[in-house]
Write a protein that binds this ligand. Structure first.
Ligand code: CA2
Length: 146
């Protein structure tokens, strides 16, 4: 049997990771995080597909395309976390486990970052663990699936 597929989605501006604000978001680039996710997934008997988009509609389409093809979803919705009803609606239609990840602890920052719409569709939420949050999310999904 082939390894269950987990789709990892990263929202706007996360393509800039490692280039600015390392004190908040860490030094790892998104390519390094994607590689770490592939390694972690392999060790757990999972496989990953990683995407990043700066566009709300593209993220909605990626969630829709993950339906029926993947066994779980990890998403850092970034700047769409508190504003995108379209992304929430797409996630509510996704049948598998969804883990919402934020590199920073959004509860320690400005109030506007806290009220996540995406959390309403998430199985669980991880924030404040930096890049390690993605690995923790993969472990959480493995625990739910395997
Ligand atoms: O902590 C997170 O992962 C966030 O989802 C990151 C978002 C922010 O809007 C959320 O409140 C929390 C921002 C992503 C921007 O990423 C950058 C990376 C490097 C340089 C500039 C922005």
């Amino acid at each position: 049997m082939s390894a269950p597929l987990i789709v990892i989605l990263n929202g706007p501006n996360l393509n800039l990771l490692g280039q600015r604000e390392p004190e908040i978001y860490g030094h790892a680039t998104l390519a390094e995080i994607d590689q770490m996710c592939a390694r972690t997934a392999g060790g757990l008997g999972l496989t990953v597909e990683c995407h990043q988009s700066n566009h709300e509609g593209a993220l909605v389409t990626l969630v829709q395309e993950a339906r029926g093809r993947s066994h779980g979803l990890i998403i850092n919705p970034a700047g769409y976390t508190t504003s995108s009803v379209a992304l929430l609606d797409a996630l509510l239609a996704y049948p598998g486990p969804i883990i919402e990840v934020h590199l920073s602890n959004i509860h320690k920052r400005e109030a506007f970052r806290r009220d996540s719409l995406v959390s309403r569709a998430a199985t669980g939420v991880l924030c404040g663990f930096g890049a390690r949050g993605y690995a923790l999310a993969l472990h959480a999904i493995a625990g739910l699936l395997l």
